[in-house]
Write a protein that binds this ligand. Structure first.
Ligand code: 9GP
Length: 824
């Protein structure tokens, strides 16, 4: 019977040829969308196509789950408060290997494939690099056949939609679920209680053992929503399981009957608020009670789910860590450590030592930041109100850990304070990074320099205690989305010349080296870049109304807007170029278009002022007839994965100009270089490794090293000296402050200029000269198109290291010790 059923499914729902796909689309149009072709909107067709594609994935997802279950496969649980997957449809079609077939089916239906793809609203469930990295890793784990579940939060509203009004960023609610989400499978019966507040009581169990009971004050319910994540060219289809919150009692009849209509739905509103919105903070800690509740909520659901799955195997819980390894993506899910202890000790009556052994061998922690303000800390009083039992568990973990440390660092009591999970002071706090380090079997940074700075500066006492614990896994990005999908002209050329092996073995891009000097290949390379620049220009026109010239050099900085990333350094260079061209109209420099994109945290005044400054400078430059054909500046609104698809391939120059020692890794730097842009960058984060790989002659380096930054900080930094000693810098700052770019308003950019002159925490003024001179070298280099193209080809050829497949392979071999599983 089941044979018959499955072969029937095979023929009607999962056929891979164009005819079967067309049939599926039509069936879904009728049976899922309830529309007939004559009246169907683009959105109906998109949904029908998405469901047709999804059918073909679900079958694989079930076979995968069955195989993993039968094999009792060790599984990675990737716990992350953010996932930024980007649009699913095109990526899934590629992974299934049915691009041509879908195109054909869609064409037969008289539809336009590109506009159907455009219909998709992407899930913006992350802020930037951290969430996007999680999505790249999900892609690579599936492709490398690693059993994995991504666990996170199904925010009802994702990262805000950025609009630019009068040059200012305006935040609009991201209602990504308004038109439904064909990619997720709701699991209303997969639900867990999550408790908060209240107090604890001690009691003796029937064996006379002293135990603790948590009497919580309120609870919400977490409901699972699954999104399949397919590996490229393999059957393995893993799972992204996101939790949304529901009220335990969504309607209070008692209240309703007494006329209290608001009271009747109060609990529903409060409970659902928990997963309402993603905190739009990239680096700084949000410091909000709701955020702590969100973190605990998703972590608790995820661990309860892991225990549920585990117990199905019949194995004893003290072997849990053999089945699972859980990766903590930053400190956001670090509360998982005391939660697993609670589940094991309080719920399953395991003794503390065994539970601690299991816990400490389950978790590994990735640190993604060096900024002290981004290392999460929670005030003890707040923590106690929200999670009283967890605080007790943390105290116990801390006390036992400090005993262990005391013995190891015999006599050095001062160190204990630095190691402690609890920070004493006027308002004591829980240090989540310390909790994560103590409760994990491995800790990793995300680029060589970052991991070294973690060992030396951020966690030196832990490093002294456990010299083997802190390791490095340099970030990577998926070549499927960021080359094959988003740069189809390049993928085409590569297929013709070196085949398609690079899609899953990025190192094979090395084959391009032999072609770097070939004039014919160079010409084709230039054509590819030109097409991508034309596409970018079309998008820029649609998004900003600005016309940009694909013949000019496209100099691009897209990323979150933050002072440490120094978009204002870029801006000072633009003003300098402008001044030079105004003073000397005959100056011969290649025409340039500066492209910016990125969101600022809504509460981050200086970052928002930087956006306003970019737009104000753009307005003046773009209006000035003297700059026509010479200089253009555009700010691309609402930078997200979708817009990224057309921005990276169109760039000639990639701006990676953070102050050395501040950017943990960066991943945009990788995406640009993979698409043939040349980097202008500091020795920061993964820039260092990119430069090592592509060769220093193919990378535009400027600025201080991290050691020089530290030395300058030690000796005392006086930004005004730099301003006084550099007339071009002084003039650029004066112009910005004078009101020239702000319709005569000399107060608007004063805070930005004052901040640079009186403190300049990210040393913009120190690196200015070196940056501007480096930019002049770029202009010179761009004149020689042949040499430029050669450098561009070599950049791509040598970027193999930065595939997320390599990163995942390193996690697999060095941290998780997990084997791949074939799914047939
Ligand atoms: O700032 C880092 C960025 O450098 C890195 O590439 C990314 C992924 O590892 O994480 C970012 N960190 C955060 O967003 C918050 O810690």
């Amino acid at each position: 019977m089941s044979e018959v059923t499955s072969s029937k499914i095979q023929s009607t729902r999962v056929g891979m040829d164009a005819a079967a796909i067309k049939q599926s689309i039509l069936e879904h149009l009728v049976h899922t969308q309830s529309r007939f072709p004559d009246v169907a909107s683009e959105s109906d067709w998109y949904n029908a196509l998405a469901h047709a594609v999804r059918d073909r994935m679900l079958e694989r997802m079930m076979v995968t789950a069955k195989t993993y279950k039968a094999n009792k496969s060790r599984t990675v649980c990737y716990l992350s408060a953010e996932f930024l997957p980007g649009p699913h449809l095109a990526n899934n079609i590629l992974a299934l290997g049915i691009w041509q077939e879908v195109q054909e089916a869609v064409a037969q239906l008289g539809l336009d494939f590109e506009s159907l793809l455009e219909e998709e609203v992407e899930p913006g469930l992350g802020n930037g690099g951290l969430g996007r990295l999680a999505a790249c890793y999900m892609d690579s784990m599936a492709t490398l056949k690693i059993p994995a579940i991504g666990y996170g939060i199904r925010y009802e509203f994702g990262i805000f939609r950025q609009e630019i009004e009068d040059g200012w960023q305006v935040e609009k609610t991201d209602k990504w679920l308004s038109y439904g989400n064909p990619w997720e499978i709701p699991r209303p019966r997969l639900r867990f209680n999550v408790h908060f507040g209240g107090h604890t009581e001690q009691f003796k169990d029937i064996d006379g053992i002293l135990r603790v009971k948590w009497i919580p004050e309120w609870r919400v319910i977490g409901v699972a929503h699954d999104t399949p994540v397919m590996g490229y060219g393999v059957k393995n289809t893993n799972l992204l399981r996101l939790w949304s919150s529901e009220a335990a009692e969504s309607f209070n009849f008692q209240a309703f009957n007494t006329g209290d209509y608001y009271g009747a739905v109060n609990e529903k509103v409060t409970s659902e608020n928990l997963t309402k919105v993603l905190y739009p903070n990239d680096e700084p800690e949000a410091g909000k009670r709701l955020r702590l509740e969100q973190q605990y909520f998703f972590v608790s659901c995820s661990l309860q789910d892991m225990v549920r799955i585990y117990l199905q195997s019949g194995d004893p819980l003290d072997q849990f860590h053999h089945k699972y390894t859980a990766q903590l993506n930053d400190t956001h899910p670090a509360i998982a450590i005391p939660e697993l202890m609670r589940l094991l000790v309080d719920r399953n009556q395991m003794d503390w030592d065994t539970a601690w052994h299991v816990t400490r061998n389950t978790f590994a922690y990735t640190n993604h930041t060096l900024l002290p303000e981004a290392l999460e800390k929670w005030p003890l009083d707040l923590f106690k109100k929200v999670l009283p039992r967890h605080l007790e568990i943390i105290y116990e973990i801390n006390s036992r850990f400090l005993d262990e440390a005391r013995m190891k660092i015999h006599g050095l009591n001062g160190h204990l304070e630095k190691l402690s999970i609890i920070e004493e002071g006027a308002r004591p706090q829980v240090r989540m990074a310390h909790l994560a380090v103590v409760g994990s079997y491995k800790v990793n940074g995300v680029a060589e320099l970052h991991s070294e700075l973690l060992r030396q500066n951020v966690l030196p006492d832990f490093h002294a205690l456990w010299p083997d614990k802190i390791t490095n896994v340099t970030n990577g990005v998926t070549p499927r989305r960021f080359m094959l999908l988003s740069n189809q002209p390049l993928a085409h050329l590569l297929r013709e010349r070196i085949g398609c092996g690079w899609v899953t073995d990025l190192d094979s891009l090395h084959k391009l080296e032999a072609l770097a000097d070939d004039p014919d290949f160079q010409q084709q390379w230039q054509k590819v870049k030109r097409r991508n620049k034309e596409r970018l220009a079309r998008h820029a026109l649609a998004a900003t109304g600005q016309k940009i010239d694909p013949d000019s050099l496209f100099d691009v900085q897209v990323k979150r807007v933050h002072e440490y990333k120094r978009q204002h350094l870029n801006l000072l260079h633009i003003i300098t170029l402008y001044n030079r061209l105004k003073d000397n109209p005959g100056l011969d420099i290649p025409p340039r278009t500066f492209v910016f994109g990125g969101k600022a945290a809504p509460g981050y005044f200086m970052a928002k002022l930087i956006i306003k400054a970019i737009n104000s400078v753009a307005e003046v430059i773009n209006r000035d007839p003297d700059m026509d054909g010479r200089l253009r500046v555009v700010f691309f609104p609402n930078f997200n994965v979708k817009t990224a698809h057309c921005i990276y391939p169109g760039a000639d120059v990639s701006e990676q100009i953070s102050l050395a020692g501040k950017e943990a890794s960066g991943t945009g730097n990788m995406k640009f270089a993979l698409n043939g842009a040349l980097t202008v960058g500091t020795l920061d984060g993964a820039n260092i490794e990119i430069r090592e790989e592509v060769g220093k002659e193919n990378f535009f380096l400027f600025g201080m090293t991290e050691a020089e930054v530290s030395a300058l900080q030690q000796q005392g930094y006086h930004p005004q000296d730099y301003c006084q000693n550099d007339p071009e810098l002084k003039s650029a700052l004066d112009f910005l402050a004078s009101g020239y770019f702000s319709h005569g308003d000399a107060t608007l950019f004063r805070p930005l200029v004052d901040n640079l002159l009186n403190g300049d925490p990210y040393k913009v003024l120190v690196d200015y000269r070196s940056y501007v001179d480096c930019q002049a070298r770029i202009s010179e280099a761009y004149r020689d198109r042949q040499e430029w193209t050669r450098m561009s080809i070599l950049n791509v050829a040598r970027m193999g290291k930065f595939s997320s497949d390599r990163s995942i392979q390193e996690y697999t071999n060095n941290i998780w010790k997990i084997a791949s599983v074939d799914v047939f």
